[in-house]
Ligand binder design. Sequence first.
Ligand SMILES: *Cc1c(COP(=O)(O)O)cnc(C)c1O
Length: 407
Amino acid sequence: MTLTADAATTSAEYIALDERWSTHNYHPLPVVIAEAEGAWVTDVRGRRYLDFLAGYSALNFGHRHPDLVAAAHAQLDRLTLTSRAFHHDQMGLFCRELAELTGTEMVLPMNSGAEAVESAVKVARKWAYQVKGVPAGTAEIVVAGSNFHGRTTTIVSFSTDEVARRDFGPFTPGFRVVEYGDADAIRNAVTDRTAAVLIEPIQGEAGVIVPPDGYLRAIRQICDDNQVLFIADEIQSGLARTGELLASDHEGVRADLYTLGKALGGGIMPVSAVVGRRDVLGVLRPGEHGSTFGGNPLACAIGRAVIKLLATGEFQERSRELGKYLHSRLNELDGVTSVRGRGLWAGVEIAPGGLTGRQASEALAERGVLCKETQDTTLRVAPPLVITRDEIDLGVTALAEVLGANG
Ligand SMILES: *Cc1c(COP(=O)(O)O)cnc(C)c1O
């Protein structure tokens, strides 16, 4: 193909390029985005769409938030990368500010969410051997069914999603899977060899599943009773998505380690981190773990601007207030059996006999609203937290038309 991308290139041609030259590990909607600002994106034909997904919470502050773009520009003009062979003037500040924001003691900066989870797994295992005294090579981590923690071989080793696992073994041992939402199942799975319990405070990928009230508190108690670490994966649920800084805050529960990612990069860069207790993260010694790009100056500068936005509480407040409105509107819809979630985050369960999640997403895109299914019959609604009430109305009206047209 001799195609050169220019203004005349059509959506179909861009899609054909992706199909021909990139691996087929995603099934995107047929929309080719060229520009975006706030809660809106524009495709290559100049058509505007309301973003009702926000990059699975990577875009909590909307597209190209001016403060974040300014921080990135300023840093681009100064210093972008040093590797961790040297110090630079952004990392310590980023780590201090992130620790202060999250009420934690230490920060391990990484890039993708999966890397943060991998890092937490490694830290928990080392802590189990060095501090708890678990016999070498036998540490276990208790996880929940229907989890989503990323795509590496170790992480898919404890996935219960057959598609995510099939043909990718052999798998990493040392994980015990119990049903999500069942604290007794965790209590029964914990042994002398348990290093940690790793869960999502709300399961995003599984369909925005909110566990029963008291679940996180019960996990905290089980971990305290058995000298086990509580690791909360807040990569999707954290950083204001649910109306609090962290979803665990709704139960007033503190984890020993949190994994953060997605919104931490402000929708500009992959920025992730493990944050938590000094006596736990402190087990890592030089040479034992690392990443060329983890904690790079550009990532840290953007992360610091993200922290500054979160420190105002404005986004948490927006998510709380507008989330109530979003949920009340979604609950009025015909053709919906349930709406789960917290804040500006909702799993919308489409009634049996209606559209599939995929069909609903496609029909919404035709009406100018971008959303995506998770699981066959669930739409994940997660707009940028800068969205307005009127824009929520616009998206929900489109959804009502889509579901109503079939109802
Ligand atoms: C997205 C996500 C991850 C993985 O993050 P990547 O940046 O895609 O590697 C891990 N845990 C949770 C809860 C997530 O939502």
